[in-house]
Write a protein that binds this ligand. Structure first.
Ligand code: LLP
Length: 424
């Protein structure tokens, strides 16, 4: 459920019309609904309420500090993957003891920053990373809390680019090396074993892979406990998908169904009084945002009609990168007849499209479109390709709205560039 609905023939975000947003902030603009973000967080949290839990929002999905603040006020922690995301999470007011640090390539500098801040746990992905973290923490006179990210070799059955739990993926510690890496972690005096972690992929549309991964972790946890390597937490990662298509071909399980399956599979949590950590991103933010864009031109070739928008794949790259489907609807409801069009951006690449052969009511230049399900991995993956200025981000709460990121200026884009004297 989300709060982007037609009222009096015009699409609104909560109580604010999208035309008003376009007038005030221009286009392209990302528009987020606070009520939807809140609802998604509450529903997800409730789905896991049978166990002690910490929901760490995956900052990479939507890293705007206002979005993070809103989630922090509801009790969310953060799943970060860089020093930059650490700064964002802290600036947004997320307590360090609710921050987990994931990622396969943390640098010594990032480790120092996170140790200094006092984060909850590092999700460590290799023996080499464990050794470096031990060294860095030792030099700082600290103990680094660690969960080892295990690669359970489970097929997430999602797009290959966002599937992470298979042996051939770069992620996690191989199943066969898990126990010896735990033994090593327990032996390093500047490392404190905190828990076990896994994340098998993103946009999962079935519960089975989560259950399979949970079952694998359970076996390992019991074996470690038998060896007196005690854990405090199990992190099952993120990955629950959202419906992009209406009506959905790929309709994922609801958070309630997902929660029930995960809690049941992880009986080990209650048995050993472990905390469950989750790292959802998309399921919280995906359907809480749209990309608002204006149609610049319509044109026809011998075989196609193109709707050219002022947003491009630098603003939302999911269709170009993953052939992802995003719903598109006109901001003004219309009874014009439907036609089949390609919705494309202004960038000089054929990959710059939002939809291909999509049936839409006829649209004309100057009209507004809402590209849906764009609240996760939308702005956070945007670039300045073609020296395009990154979009504005607006947060709506009831009848209130505010720019939570102003549109970039060309001066900001050029800020770090210079022409060396030897070219003169
Ligand atoms: N935890 C870890 C360690 C992750 O790598 C990810 C996402 C998450 C949590 C959050 O997953 P979520 O709940 O959002 O599925 N750019 C792609 C998605 C990449 C996901 C990367 N990792 C897309 O637009 O579909």
């Amino acid at each position: 459920m989300n709060h982007f609905e037609y009222k009096d023939g015009e699409k609104h975000c909560e109580e604010v019309s999208l035309s008003e947003i376009a007038r005030e902030y221009g286009t392209p603009t990302y528009v987020y609904s606070a009520a939807t973000l809140k609802r998604h967080f509450e529903v997800f949290d409730k789905a896991l309420s049978a166990v002690d839990r910490l929901i760490c929002f995956s900052v990479k999905a939507n890293s705007n500090i206002a979005v993070l603040r809103l989630l922090a006020s509801m009790g969310a922690g953060a799943d970060i993957v860089s020093g930059g995301e650490l700064v964002r999470a802290l600036r947004a007011g997320i307590a360090p003891e609710k921050i987990v640090f994931s990622g396969v390539g943390k640098t010594a500098g990032e480790m120092r920053m996170a140790l200094e801040a006092g984060i909850l746990v590092f999700n460590v992905e290799s023996r080499a990373e464990l050794e470096l973290l031990g060294k860095v923490a030792g030099e700082m006179g600290k103990r680094a809390p660690v969960s080892l990210r295990i690669n359970p070799n489970v097929d997430a059955k999602t797009h290959p680019y966002i599937s992470t739990g298979l042996q051939r993926n770069k992620f996690g510690i191989p199943w066969g090396a898990a126990k010896e890496t735990y033994r090593r972690a327990a032996e390093i005096s500047s490392i404190e074993v905190h828990g076990m972690d896994c994340h098998i992929g993103s946009q999962l549309t079935e519960t089975e892979p989560f259950v399979d991964a949970a079952n694998m972790l359970t076996v390992l946890i019991e074996e470690l406990i038998a060896e007196d390597i005690a854990l405090k937490a199990v992190d099952i990662g993120g990955g629950l998908g959202i419906p992009y298509q209406e009506p959905g071909e790929d309709r994922p399980p609801s958070p309630a169904i997902y929660g029930e399956a995960v809690v049941e599979a992880l009986g080990v949590l209650r048995k050993h009084s472990l905390q469950l950590i989750c790292e959802p991103g998309r399921v919280i933010a995906g359907n809480a945002g749209i990309l608002l864009t204006e149609v610049l031109y319509c044109k026809e070739s011998e075989i196609k009609k193109f709707v050219i928008t002022d947003a491009a794949f630098n603003d939302l790259m999911r269709p170009a990168l993953y052939s992802a489907y995003h719903p598109i609807s006109p901001v003004m409801q219309t009874d014009r007849s439907k036609e089949v069009v390609d919705v494309v951006g202004p960038i000089c690449e054929t990959g710059d499209f939002f939809a291909r052969d999509r049936e839409l009511p006829e649209v004309r230049g100057g009209e507004l479109l809402a590209i849906g399900a764009a609240g996760a991995y939308g702005f956070s993956m945007a670039s300045n390709y073609n020296s395009r200025l990154r979009a504005c981000e607006v947060l709506v709460m009831g009848a209130e709205h505010a720019a939570i990121r102003r549109r970039e200026t060309i001066e900001q884009v050029l800020e770090n560039e210079s022409i060396p004297a030897f070219l003169d």
